[in-house]
Design a protein around this ligand. Sequence first.
Ligand SMILES: C[S@@+](CC[C@H](N)C(=O)[O-])C[C@H]1O[C@@H](n2cnc3c(N)ncnc32)[C@H](O)[C@@H]1O
Length: 391
Amino acid sequence: MEKTVNTPAFQKRLRRHVIGRVRDYFAIVPPRFEECFRQELIDLGIDASDIWVEPGGVTFAGRFVDCQRVNLHSRTATRILMRIDSFEATNLRKLRKRSAAVPWDLFLPAGVLPRIQATSRNSRLYHTEAVSQGILEGIGRRSGTLPPSSSEQTLFVRLVDDRVTLSLDSSGMPLYKRGVKQGPAQAPLRETLAAAILMKAGYDGGRPLADPMCGSGSFALEAAMLAKQMAPGSRRGFAFTDWPAFSERQWTFLKRQAIASEQVLKRPRIFSSDIDGAACRQLSATISENGLSDAVGVVTRDFFDCKGDQYDVRPGLVAINPPYGIRIGSKNRAAELFAHIGSHLKAAFHGWDVALIAPHRDLVETLPFAVRQMPLLHGGLRLTLLVGTIK
Ligand SMILES: C[S@@+](CC[C@H](N)C(=O)[O-])C[C@H]1O[C@@H](n2cnc3c(N)ncnc32)[C@H](O)[C@@H]1O
C-alpha cells in the first residue's frame, strides 16, 4: 500500500479528499419506500436540493460525518455507499488503469483488499468475474500486492452503458441488522421494512401501537425505537469505523448525542402479542435486554381475543404481518384466515388505523373496510401492503 502512515501530509490529503469534501452517497432502500428515506434525510438536516430519488435508491450529497449520521439514524435504508469514482471503460486494460488511479489509501484500511460486488448492464465489459479481477488488479497496482483479506469492506462496481461507478459500502452488515434481536424467528419482517411500513401508515411514535401477531416483534421493536427516539444503529458496528478518515472522537460525540436524545416513556404505548408463547418469551427477553421495557409490553394472546380498547382509550395503529405461504397450508386457508382477520379488525378495532400485509392482492376484496394498497417485496415474495382506517 502507498504510504498511509499517519503523517501530517496524509492527514491533509484525508481532510481535503474525504473528511472535508462533499461527496455523493447512494442509499439502497426497499423499493417504493424511497420517499420515507428522503424524509429521514431531510429530518437529519440534508438539504432537499441535495437529494435525488430513483427506484430502489436515493443519492444524497454530504460530508463523511453526514454518512455516519445517516448510518446511525436511518430506520429505512439497507446500506449507504460512498461514491468513489466514475469513468468510462470498454476494455479491461482501461478498467485496470482507471482503478489504479484511485487513491485507495484514502478510502481503504491499510493492507485491506475489499470484496467486489460487480454488476453489468448494456456494457462491453459484461463478464462480472473478469471485471472484479480487473478492479482488484488496479487496486493492487496502486497499493502493492495484498493478501486476500476477510475484511468487512465491500466495493460495489456498477457498469451501465460502459460507464463504471465505484462505491464503497460504509455500512458493513445490512442496516436491518440492528444488533437488537436474538435467537431464530419464523418469517421475521426485515427491520427496515417494518419501520418503513410504520412510517407509511403515519406512525410517529406518539400514539398506541398494537402488533397482535408479533412473532419476533419487528413492528413492536421498531415502533419502540421510534417512540423513544432511539437511534437504530446505536447497538451495532459499521464498516466505516475501519476507514482511514474515521475519527473515534467524532463518532463518540455522534453516539453520545444520539443517546442524550433518547426518551424514557411514562408507560408502554406499544402492545405486542402472539399466540406462540415461546416467541413472546423471546421478545420479552429482547425488550428488557435492550432497555425498551418502558415502551413495549408483551403478552401471549390469540389475536381473535384482542380488542383496541384493551390497550388505550385513544385509537392507534394496528400493524399485522399474518402467517402466509407454506406455513399456512393451502391458498384457501390463507384466504379464510385473512377474511377472518378483516372481520375481527372491523368488530374490535373501530377507529384504529391499520397496516396489514396481504399475501395476495385479490384478498383486499374480502376486507370490510376501505384501504389503500401498494406492492411489497419481501424475502422473494410479492406481497401487498394495505393501509387505511377501520370504519
Ligand atoms: C409471519 S409471522 C409474523 C412475523 C413478525 N412480523 C416478525 O417480524 O417476526 C406470523 C405470526 O402470527 C402468529 N399467529 C398466527 N395465528 C395467530 C393468532 N390467531 N393470534 C396471534 N398470533 C397468531 C404466529 O405465531 C407468527 O408468529
